[in-house]
Ligand binder design. Structure first.
Ligand SMILES: Nc1ncnc2c1ncn2[C@@H]1O[C@H](COP(=O)(O)OP(=O)(O)OP(=O)(O)O)[C@@H](O)[C@H]1O
Ligand SMILES: [Mg+2]
Length: 318
């Protein structure tokens, strides 16, 4: 009896000590977050008991990567900005994400890597069969976000690919080797409807089309839609349009509103409810080699891309 009582006492005292230690730990983490001007719940990775919160809210991911191309043959419409920041927020929502740069300008590559601007090997070496895709993929400053980088080398790749067998399925074959390691593979496209973009359309499950809310926004869109239909018929029957995204939107101007109405009347529900506003922080972030999640998550651009990432998760994982 006495032994049982003292065992209960010891267990109780250990439990009390554990409770007090946990309380100290939680208070300490709270003060740390508070000092860094983070909100209590927002920085979930700081709390062991909240680590699963994103997963509970947004699900567990899908295991075999969904491949999404960010495409528009028009230049400067926000493809790279969308590819980088959407990927970063998906990674924040506990998804493993690979961003693939298929543009010889290498903007997605430099936008995610301030320190290392030259990568060897890169996607060009992989596409030419001179390196394995696993050798070319690199980490970024963000947890769960990985990059298959590009460089100027890629500029000549289209000409070299012309002589290759099954040239429009090169990227598809490469990505199939790593598809089971990620939840999402996001591809940043060059501003052209050439062989590289055809490779992206053949490899992808779906595409997001960013449209800048400007006067010439819809120019070339019908050509793009025709190309997507042609690819659906001949090369990739499962390809669909995940969403049309209005970028650099300014609700105060009639033009932005007109473009939104016109795009919505043509594409209906395919248009994302989220619009990306003009945001200085979004244009500054690549200069620091950081996605908006690290540079200015609470800026209006950051908030918009966070909203977009939730909409994408809903559409893909519904
Ligand atoms: N919402 C935004 N607000 C302010 N600036 C933006 C926004 N989106 C993109 N930009 C800026 O506009 C320019 C073009 O954007 P981005 O590089 O993403 O377009 P792109 O379609 O990838 O261009 P390209 O066709 O040359 O690859 C960049 O300087 C970028 O920082
Ligand atoms: Mg770009």
């Amino acid at each position: 009896m006495a032994i049982r009582d003292s065992a209960t006492q010891i267990t109780l005292s250990i439990a009390w000590k554990a409770c007090i230690c946990s309380l100290f730990f939680v208070t300490f983490r709270f003060l740390l977050c508070y000092n860094k001007k983070d909100t209590f719940l927002w920085k979930t990775e700081n709390f062991f008991f909240l680590q699963g919160r994103e997963k509970i809210l947004y699900g567990e991911g899908i295991g075999m990567a969904k491949i999404i191309g960010i495409i528009n043959q028009k230049g400067g419409v926000g493809k790279t900005t969308t590819a980088v920041n959407l990927s970063a927020f998906l990674a924040k929502h506990s998804r493993r994400v690979l961003i693939v740069d298929t543009d010889s300008q290498g903007n997605a590559t430099s936008g995610l890597s301030m320190e290392r601007r030259h990568f060897d090997p890169d996607i060009y070496d992989v596409m030419m069969g001179n390196a394995l895709v696993e050798e070319a993929i690199v980490d970024t400053d963000m947890k769960r976000l990985f990059l298959l980088p590009a460089s100027m080398n890629l500029a000549g790749a289209e000409i070299e690919m012309v002589g290759m067998e099954n040239r429009e399925t090169i990227l598809k074959r490469i990505l199939s080797q790593v598809r089971d390691k990620y939840d999402y593979i996001i591809i940043d496209c060059p501003p052209a409807l050439g062989l590289m973009t055809l490779n992206v359309l053949t490899a992808a499950d779906s595409v997001i089309i960013p449209i800048q809310a400007e006067f010439y926004a819809l120019e070339g869109l019908s050509q793009l839609v025709k190309t997507i239909h042609a690819v659906t018929k001949n090369l990739n029957p499962d390809l669909d349009i995940l969403g049309i995204l209005l970028t650099m939107y300014d609700g105060r101007t009639n033009l932005s509103v007109q473009v939104r109405d016109e795009v919505t009347s043509y594409f209906g529900d395919t248009v994302f409810k989220t619009v990306i506003p003009r945001s200085v922080k979004l244009s500054e972030a690549p200069g620091f080699g950081q996605p908006i999640t690290l540079y200015a998550p609470k800026s209006k651009g950051g908030v918009a891309y966070k909203k977009l990432s939730r909409e994408v998760l809903k559409r893909v994982e519904k």
